[in-house]
Design a protein around this ligand. Structure first.
Ligand code: MG
Length: 250
């Protein structure tokens, strides 16, 4: 069995590791479970996420999947793309053998979260789509949780491009099939356990994978949000440590 573990709100909260996560991952591996980390963070390079895991005391083991990789996976090697995103998007596209250009015409525009989104980048993305490029979003999360409250997320940037271009974007990250396909490539069909803090992305990815869904309350969802939840979790726990203890304990 593999454990598919979300990063933000599960392993860490913005900069801070969530206590007990490193020991929980070590316990899972000691019990013979494979561990895969999945994140809708498309801004960071994989090496940066691996370094952050190492800082939290967790060996990544080559098992970090980002929504930038999911977006790149829907494009053919040898094609061209405009990256309306951060370094993670550029890295994922180049790793797949896609030529990254700064303006159209291109085969696809890939939009991911980045801090330096502005009118010039919106215009370049819009023009490329208007010239015929596919519009692909790394993820559609409307907001990005921070300790100071939510900030506009990748979905907000994607909506700006989609609105200007008048098209419906394809979305690749959690909970959509391209992300699920990357998980299956790494750990097969399951049965798996998906642990995350957002029913709308992690819970639906669990459905897509046919996995158990373990909802943790260490991120964007708290106990007060649970009532009337459409995609009921198989188990709710305070954090990853409590989830692993409960699942391994039977
Ligand atoms: Mg999360």
């Amino acid at each position: 069995m593999a454990w598919v573990i979300d990063l933000d709100g599960v392993v860490w909260l913005t900069r801070d590791p969530i206590p007990g996560s490193a020991d929980a991952v070590a316990e899972l591996r000691a019990a013979g479970h494979e561990v895969v980390f999945v994140t809708n963070n498309a801004e960071s390079r994989v090496s940066e996420l691996e370094a952050k895991l190492a800082e939290a005391g967790i060996e990544a083991g080559g098992a970090v999947i980002t929504s930038a990789q999911a977006a790149a996976s829907v494009l053919d090697p040898g094609s061209t793309a405009l990256a309306c995103g951060g370094p993670g998007v550029v890295e994922a596209l180049e790793a797949r053998g896609i030529t990254v250009r700064s303006e159209g015409p291109v085969d696809a525009v890939v939009v991911g979260f980045h801090h330096d989104f502005d009118y010039a980048r919106l215009t370049a993305a819009h023009r490329a789509v208007w010239q015929g490029a596919r519009l692909i979003g790394t993820n559609a999360d409307p907001t990005l949780p921070t300790p100071e409250g939510p900030l506009p997320g990748a979905g907000s940037l994607l909506a700006a491009v989609a609105t200007a271009a008048g098209v419906e974007p394809e979305v690749a990250g959690k909970p959509f099939p391209p992300m699920a396909a990357l998980v299956r490539q790494l750990v097969g069909d399951g049965p798996h356990v998906m642990v995350g803090d957002r029913p709308s992305t992690d819970g639906l990815l669990a459905v897509e994978l046919g996995a158990r869904f373990g909802l943790v309350l260490s991120g964007t969802t708290d106990a007060g949000d649970l009532e009337g939840e459409e995609h009921a979790p198989d188990r709710v726990a305070d954090d990853l440590a409590a989830m692993v203890a409960a699942e391994l304990g039977g």
